[in-house]
Design a protein around this ligand. Structure first.
Ligand code: NAD
Length: 476
């Protein structure tokens, strides 16, 4: 049973959300050409937080033109000068991190403990890391004076709004490109606050442009003829549509798409540590994580012991107010996502898997889903094949390492995997066999700006992070 904790809410007073926001183009906020707007709500309460502009084709064109104008000067700056801006942005993010953490929790629904301890430190670290590369590009292994590509059109999802922005903007600016970025329609606010940080840092006008809107805005951006580079993170379905729409152009593209990662627990793994890793793998960020360990593969001989310990641990997860510092699992990001998770969980039951969830009260307003476990899952079940993108774990068993590899690789995706074992030799053998861009050993969901991240198969192509992340923004 969970201990009774008194509420420990983080103060909302540290963030000042305006009733409405325009598009950030050429260093200024302005309305959309046709005056269209949409609302962004807090998924934990359904409260309207603000109204933001919906960019149409005309606005996208204006933003791309601003980025093009800014490109000549920005790309001609010495790397050490571009670095100064990036270091300044990184420091301002640190200074404003409490405000940004509260904002992100409000707009996304994720717990303050995660925005404060994971998202924001990683966002700042990403800017610091790429700031450090800006004057060392000639030593990065891409030739003596690698050239930037030009204007980058970047489209990001709602699960890590500010972190995905950092992964896109930091390497693009370090390498001398200018950007037009579109955040997801359910989480536009932190990108708009970032626009303010660009102004605070004195970043030249037009180097960063933020346009808000839905899929149509994203499509107009990636299809714009004067965009040189497309960087997309989101669903495999939209990634495929983007690949089709830019086929035959000379646009460079990176796609970071979905996943269905296997988290593999061997019989010699320390059970308590593995259970923490399983919980972190699938319940971190409500399971809205492309590299989530959504398929648990546990060796048959220890399956019962591991599942018993896992259920006990899941009983202690606190689901509720994202701004409460005790909360482990926050709100589902939107009504649409909740409907999709609910539909897939129902399909799991209908197909014969056994559903279990801890008893816990859920708030009456907002979008919520209990941390859920499915046993008796077969590889043919939808919950073992499709990305649920929610706090739902499908458990399968295996007997031999070879069977674990075969099951782990039996997916259209290939973004990440986890291995839990005491044997170093087995870790190395498994890591070589697994078709996944990232393989964690005795840990999960560990991110570092120095480490490249990206997928195999339908998880996309290209790498973000590390030295490899520079290549996506250079003419090599
Ligand atoms: P989504 O693909 O629906 O939306 C992502 C973004 O694309 C949003 O900003 C959306 O407005 C925009 N968009 C929608 N249609 C578009 C189009 N036709 N052209 C251009 N842009 C368009 O995905 P989502 O629901 O926001 O995010 C969840 C998905 O993202 C999951 O599948 C998850 O695995 C994936 N994801 C992947 C990574 C990664 O690094 N591989 C990281 C986070 C999320």
């Amino acid at each position: 049973m969970a201990f009774e904790y008194a509420p420990a809410p983080e103060s909302r007073a540290v963030v000042d959300i305006a009733p409405s926001y325009g598009l950030f183009i050429d260093g200024e906020f302005s309305e959309s050409a046709d005056g269209k707007v949409f609302k962004t709500v807090s998924p934990s309460s359904e409260e309207v937080l603000s109204e933001v502009a919906q960019a149409g084709a005309e606005d996208v064109d204006r933003a791309v033109k601003a980025a093009r104008r800014a490109f000549a000067k920005w790309s001609a700056l010495p790397g050490s000068e571009r670095a100064k801006y990036l270091f300044r942005i990184a420091r301002i993010i640190q200074e404003r991190s409490r405000e940004l953490a509260v904002l992100e929790s409000l707009d996304n629904g994720k717990p303050i403990r995660e925005t404060r301890d994971a998202d924001l430190p990683l966002v700042a670290a990403h800017f610091f890391y790429y700031a450090g590369w800006a004057d060392k590009l000639s030593h990065a292994g891409y030739g003596a004076s690698p050239r930037p590509l030009g204007v980058a059109g970047q489209v990001i999802p709602w699960n890590f709004p500010l972190m995905m922005l950092a992964w896109k903007i930091a390497p693009a600016l370090a390498t001398g490109n200018t950007v037009v970025l579109k955040p997801a329609e359910t989480t536009p606010l932190s990108a708009l606050f970032f626009a303010d940080i660009c102004r605070q840092a004195g970043l030249p006008k037009g180097v960063v442009n933020i346009i808000t809107g839905d899929g149509a805005t994203g499509a107009a951006l990636v299809e714009h003829p004067d965009v040189n580079k497309v960087a997309f993170t989101g669903s495999t379905e939209v990634g495929k549509a983007i690949a089709r729409s830019i086929a035959g152009t000379d646009k460079k593209v990176t796609l970071e798409l979905g996943g269905k990662a296997a988290n593999i627990v061997f019989d010699d793994a320390p059970v308590d540590q593995a259970v923490e890793g399983i919980v972190n793998g699938i319940f971190f960020n409500q399971g809205h994580v492309c590299c989530a360990g959504s398929r648990l593969l546990v060796q048959e001989s220890v399956a019962e012991e591991v599942l018993d310990a896992l259920k006990r641990r899941m009983q202690t997860l606190r689901v509720g107010d994202p701004l409460d510092k005790n909360t482990d699992v926050g709100a589902i990001n939107s009504a649409e996502q909740l409907a999709r998770i609910t539909e897939l969980a129902e399909a799991g039951e209908a197909e014969g898997a056994d559903r279990w969830a801890p008893s816990c009260d859920l708030p009456s307003a907002g979008y919520w889903f209990r941390p859920t476990l499915f046993t008796n899952v077969t590889q043919a079940h939808r919950i073992a094949r499709e990305e649920i993108f929610g706090p739902v774990l499908s458990v399968l068993t295996f007997r031999t390492p070879a069977e674990a590899v075969e099951k782990a690789n039996n997916t259209q995706y290939g973004l990440s995997a986890g291995i839990w074992t005491e044997k170093g030799s087995r870790i190395l053998w498994m890591a070589n066999q697994l078709r996944a861009g990232v393989v964690w050993a005795n840990t999960f969901n560990k991110f570092d700006p120095t480490s490249p991240f990206g997928g195999y198969k339908e998880s996309g192509f290209g790498r973000e992070g590390g030295r490899h992340g520079l290549e996506a923004y250079l003419d090599v």
